[in-house]
Design a protein around this ligand. Structure first.
Ligand code: MN3
Length: 204
């Protein structure tokens, strides 16, 4: 039985960047529903694997088309939001240090250039989806985007996401309305690079 990641902060803690009502709805309704439907779909399909990443990496092993689609969509919604919410903080580390900082500079030129790239991928994602920073099996960094609740794992890239930027309208519409780029700027104000460093260390 999969459970939502527990928040280490209150729903109002990310104000003014991410508003209280959006947090209540996003975590309490959207993420909760993905999680419940993921569990239901796994039960129906008889899947007992307890690592959500492994389930998403092995979707081909689910024979029934409807079951596989339900698990891809709801399992993605479960996994992606766990990553998103766990990397936000009211007291974020503002920039990575150490090995991740060096890798970002070597790969993208600078942290500012990476943020610019991720922002463009997030703003340019047509319709609902996500922007990602991921680690390849060779330990390289790659920035990407994807639609719906797909992610680099369910897409079969073999990469491990360490930063997830949600650009579904439910992530920002109550406060930012149609102005997605303002929400993207706000996201980087509450993104905890310390948490991204931890995920990079675990993935590389
Ligand atoms: Mn969302």
């Amino acid at each position: 039985m999969f459970k939502q990641v527990e928040l280490s902060y209150s729903f109002d803690a990310l104000e003014p960047y991410i508003d209280t009502l959006t947090m209540e709805t996003h975590y309490g309704k959207h993420h909760a529903t993905y999680t419940a439907n993921f569990n239901k779909a796994l039960e129906k399909a008889g899947v007992t694997e307890e690592d959500a990443g492994k389930i998403l990496a092995n979707l081909d092993s689910i024979a029934d088309d409807a079951d596989r689609t339900a698990i891809k969509n709801n399992g993605g919604g479960y996994y992606n939001h766990n990553l998103y919410f766990s990397t936000l903080s009211p007291n974020p580390k503002k920039a990575p240090e150490g090995e991740l900082a060096t890798k970002i500079n070597d790969t993208f030129g600078s942290l500012e250039a990476l943020i610019e790239k991720l922002s463009a991928l997030a703003a340019g994602q047509f319709g609902s989806g996500w922007a990602w920073l991921s680690v390849t099996p060779d330990g390289e960094l790659v920035a990407s985007n994807s639609g719906n609740q797909d992610n680099p794992i369910s897409l079969g890239t073999g990469n491990t996401p360490i930063l997830a930027l949600d650009v579904w309208e439910h992530a920002y519409y109550l406060k930012y309305k149609n102005v997605r780029p303002d929400y993207i700027k706000a996201f980087f104000e509450v993104l905890d690079w310390g948490k991204v460093e931890e995920l990079y260390e675990a993935a590389k």
